[in-house]
Structures are given as structure tokens and as C-alpha cells.
Ligand binder design. Structure first.
Ligand SMILES: *[C@@H]1O[C@H](CO)[C@@H](O)[C@H](O)[C@H]1NC(C)=O
Ligand SMILES: *[C@@H]1O[C@H](CO)[C@@H](O)[C@H](O)[C@H]1NC(C)=O
Ligand SMILES: *[C@@H]1O[C@H](CO)[C@@H](O)[C@H](O)[C@H]1NC(C)=O
Ligand SMILES: [Zn+2]
Length: 325
């Protein structure tokens, strides 16, 4: 009984993989393991590269860099004129900031960035009801969701041009934490989700809003981690300056569930699957350095230093007080 099935699988599987590769189709494991992250390097060589993202931010190994001062956010505190389009692109929920007069007005500089980067789009990665779905982890801790604000170096006109340069893209990454109350600043986005259940659906939001509404308070944004990595989806180009903020964005369980329960992948054959766990697995650091901003936490989990330092300080104090007086 099983033999004919097996035979068919052996013939059909390589054909399916070849077809997917030829078309550059990629997906997450939860949609179809045949085009999941383990196969991405077959459609884009960079996905098997040495400087890939996401990574675990190990704060015990982060290097303090005092040049990593406050990022200057321009145009983040005003609602630009026009409309924003929220879309289900088959892999995520994405808001495009480009293509309107607003494109030039939302940009970031400083914070150790050598150039000016303009806002292009933002999108999310999430898990499911039982699993946290951030892409980056901090000290091995995975968070329920992650927001990526993708910016292009203003030296370059288009995304594809920027992808050809090591400093082409800067992504600001925010992790989420669960709060008891709704984060009302996310109401517009969460309400829009039901209009974009299916892949390629989009909805034009009635009004724009300040991007800063989506983020933690500005005085908490000087705490971040920085490293050089890649896009976390194919082609995985290694052109991204990553900024992972320490302060998390609160969101209620109900709001998070709206992502998990409402959004669907593009149908595979006849199966309509919910978009869940749309995050790439962690990638090896391969000797890259992670830098901590001036204000970021790095002391966390430094038992050796504390164990040596405290007795040393006590000894010094003892000397001081018992010294000549
Ligand atoms: C950055 O944004 C500000 C304010 O929105 C704008 O005045 C400025 O021209 C922008 N800079 C660039 C390089 O696009
Ligand atoms: C998932 O995130 C929640 C909220 O931040 C946290 O309490 C929980 O420990 C996380 N679970 C795992 C397995 O990391
Ligand atoms: C979004 O969906 C709701 C009901 O599900 C509908 O009332 C509303 O008109 C839709 N909005 C747009 C802009 O399509
Ligand atoms: Zn992303």
C-alpha cells in the first residue's frame, strides 16, 4: 500500500523544489517546509552567508561604544499628509511609507550612523498562541513580536540600489511585551488587520499618524544594541546596520491575537493556513561584534566582574577608613 505513494514522493519532491527555486519562492516553515528557511540559500546564495540576521544579543559579550549616542528621529513626531497602505504581502503585514510626499520627511541620523536614512516601510514578525515570535532574542529570551522599521541610505535612490552597498539599509527593531491593557496607539493597525486577511489584500488607512506613537517614549530610545547583519528574508543581502532597542513596546494579548488569528498566508494548493511564526531562526554570529549604546545595559549576567569588583571595593574602603587619620 505504501510503496506507490513513496515512489510518487521521490519523483515529485525534487520537481517541486526545483520549481520553487526557479520561481524564487520562499516561505516560513509553518507555511510549507519545502520552501522554509533551510532552503532559502538555494534561491539566494547570501542566505547561506557569514553575516546573517537575526541573532541572539548576548549582553555579556556586548562592547560598550560611547559613539552610539541618541538617534535623531526626523518626521517621526508628525502625521504626514496623505494615506498609508497596510498590506498582507503573503509573508508579513507591511505598511509602506514610500511613494508619497512623506518619503523625504521621515528619516534618521546620528546614533553612530554615518549617513542619513529615510523611512521606507515597517512590518512585523510574530509567533502563535503558544510561541513567542520575535526574530532577535536578548540573552536567549524570545519576545512575543518584533517590529522592523526599514530605512534606506539617502545616497541611494531605490531599495535594489541600496541592496548593493554594505551601508545601504538601516533597520530599527523593537521587541514587544504583553501588557494588561490595549496599546491604543496600535488600534488603527489592529483594526485594519481584518481587511487584509488574504495575501495581497490591502487597506488604505483613513489617516496617517506619528510613527513615534508606535514606539516607546523617546527618552527610552538611547538604549540599544548595534551590529552588522542582513535582511531576514531572501535575498538576505548583508547590507543592514541593525539597531535593536532595549525598551519594549507594550501590546495586549488580544491585540497580538489579532495578528495570529486574522492573517493568512497565500494558499498552498488548497490549504489556507494562518500566518504564524513568520520569523527566521537565529543565525550564527561568526565572530561579529555586538555594540551597546552609551546608555544600554550590558552588566546583566556579569558574575565574574561583580564577584571580583565588590570585594576589591570593600578592601579599598577598609584601607581608606583604617588609613592614617
Ligand atoms: C529629514 O527629515 C526632515 C524633517 O522631516 C527634513 O526636513 C529633511 O530634509 C530630511 N532629510 C533628508 C536628507 O531627507
Ligand atoms: C514569551 O514572552 C513572554 C512575555 O514577554 C515571557 O513572559 C515568556 O517568558 C516568553 N516565553 C519564552 C519561551 O521565552
Ligand atoms: C474593513 O472591514 C470592515 C468590516 O470587516 C468594513 O466595515 C470596512 O468598510 C472595511 N474597510 C475598508 C477600508 O475596506
Ligand atoms: Zn523583518
Amino acid at each position: 500500500m505504501r510503496m506507490p505513494n513513496l515512489g510518487l514522493t521521490f519523483i515529485a519532491l525534487p520537481l517541486v523544489i526545483q520549481a520553487a527555486r526557479a520561481a524564487g519562492i520562499w516561505c516560513y516553515e509553518t507555511q510549507d517546509p519545502k520552501c522554509g528557511p533551510l532552503h532559502w540559500k538555494d534561491i539566494s546564495k547570501s542566505c547561506g552567508g557569514e553575516s546573517q540576521s537575526p541573532i541572539n544579543i548576548d549582553r555579556r559579550k556586548a562592547h560598550r561604544d560611547r559613539n552610539l549616542d541618541e538617534i535623531s528621529f526626523e518626521g517621526y513626531d508628525q502625521a504626514p499628509p496623505g494615506r498609508w497602505r497596510l498590506m498582507n504581502d503573503g509573508h508579513t503585514v507591511i505598511m509602506s511609507l514610500d511613494g508619497t510626499s512623506t518619503a523625504e520627511q521621515i528619516n534618521i541620523t546620528k546614533g553612530g550612523l554615518e549617513d542619513n536614512y529615510r523611512g521606507l516601510q515597517f512590518h512585523f514578525h510574530w509567533g502563535d498562541h503558544n510561541r513567542n515570535g520575535s526574530e532577535h532574542t536578548i540573552d536567549g529570551h524570545r519576545y512575543p513580536m518584533e517590529l522592523h522599521l526599514v530605512h534606506l541610505n539617502t545616497k541611494y535612490k531605490t531599495l535594489s540600489e541600496a541592496k548593493g552597498h554594505p551601508n545601504g539599509i538601516a533597520v530599527l527593531s523593537f521587541l514587544f511585551k504583553i501588557s494588561g491593557a490595549d496599546n491604543t496607539n496600535y488600534n488603527t493597525i489592529v483594526a485594519g488587520l481584518r481587511n487584509i486577511s488574504r495575501a495581497e489584500d490591502y487597506v488604505d488607512l483613513a489617516s496617517t499618524f506619528s510613527l513615534s506613537n508606535l514606539l516607546p517614549r523617546v527618552d527610552l530610545l538611547s538604549k540599544y544594541y548595534r551590529y552588522k547583519g542582513s535582511l531576514t528574508t531572501p535575498g538576505c543581502e548583508e547590507v543592514v546596520t541593525w539597531t535593536i532597542f532595549e525598551e519594549q513596546i507594550p501590546i495586549s494579548k488580544t491585540q497580538l491575537s489579532a495578528f495570529v488569528d486574522t492573517i493568512y498566508y497565500k494558499p498552498v494548493a488548497t490549504a489556507l493556513l494562518k500566518m504564524t511564526n513568520n520569523f527566521r531562526p537565529l543565525q550564527p554570529l561568526n565572530g561579529r561584534k555586538i555594540y551597546a549604546s552609551r546608555d544600554a545595559t550590558i552588566s546583566h549576567g556579569h558574575p565574574i566582574a561583580v564577584n571580583l569588583l565588590v570585594p576589591l571595593l570593600l578592601a579599598l574602603l577598609a584601607c581608606h577608613f583604617s588609613g592614617p587619620s
